[in-house]
Write a protein that binds this ligand. Structure first.
Ligand SMILES: [Zn+2]
Length: 193
């Protein structure tokens, strides 16, 4: 700890309430016809300063990017908040592990920490890179799935979307990573046929 780098001023936060807020936004996205993914940005005082959710299934508006595959929850949040002040003191909470685009955007913006409720074994950055090896993310702390019950809640929420959006190899990865949480989505198919 004796190097010359400034000490990050990341607060010691209780992750659970912020992950719950991201999960609430994920449900809002689902209700609006988009994917169930949500995100909140939290400052060093523990205040939520921006909220975002997936809007891929909705029209683009002056306020929100939508109707395109880049309309992820994190991008919705970053476009709303604009220029970040003291980004290294901020924590991004997401319901689902960020993809390469959103992880990269967070790193480019200098966000100090990323915390997510549930891994995404198909679309998450972790399938393609080791988060800790990413050259753009060396100054970003990464905290995967710190709350087991919220990890399970997030997996149950996203599993039907995972099965719909990437039904083959991606769904297999989901079933392997979250066997209990993906079982209801498979059961639904059995009942339908
Ligand atoms: Zn993304």
């Amino acid at each position: 700890m004796s190097d010359d780098r400034p000490t990050p001023r990341l607060p010691d936060l209780d992750h659970a309430p912020y992950l719950r807020a991201a999960l609430d936004l994920a449900r809002e996205g689902q209700a609006a016809g988009s994917s169930p993914v949500g995100a909140v940005l939290v400052n060093h005082e523990g205040q939520i300063i921006a909220r975002g959710r997936n809007r891929v299934g909705e029209a683009q508006t002056p306020e929100h990017v939508g109707n395109a595959s880049v309309a992820h929850a994190e991008m919705d949040l970053y476009f709303q908040v604009g220029k970040l002040e003291d980004p290294h003191t901020l924590t991004l909470y997401t319901s689902l592990e960020p993809c390469l685009m959103c992880g990269g955007a967070s790193a480019l913006l200098g966000v100090g920490r990323i915390v997510w409720a549930t891994d995404d074994p198909w679309g998450g950055s972790g399938r393609l890179i080791r988060w800790t090896d990413h050259p753009a993310m060396q100054d970003t702390q990464v905290v995967p799935t710190p709350e087991a019950h919220l990890e399970r809640e997030g997996a149950l929420l996203f599993a039907p979307e995972a099965k719909r959006a990437f039904p083959e190899e991606g769904w297999q990865l989901w079933r392997t990573r979250y066997p209990r949480e993906t079982a209801p989505a498979d059961q639904t198919d059995v009942e339908r046929t």
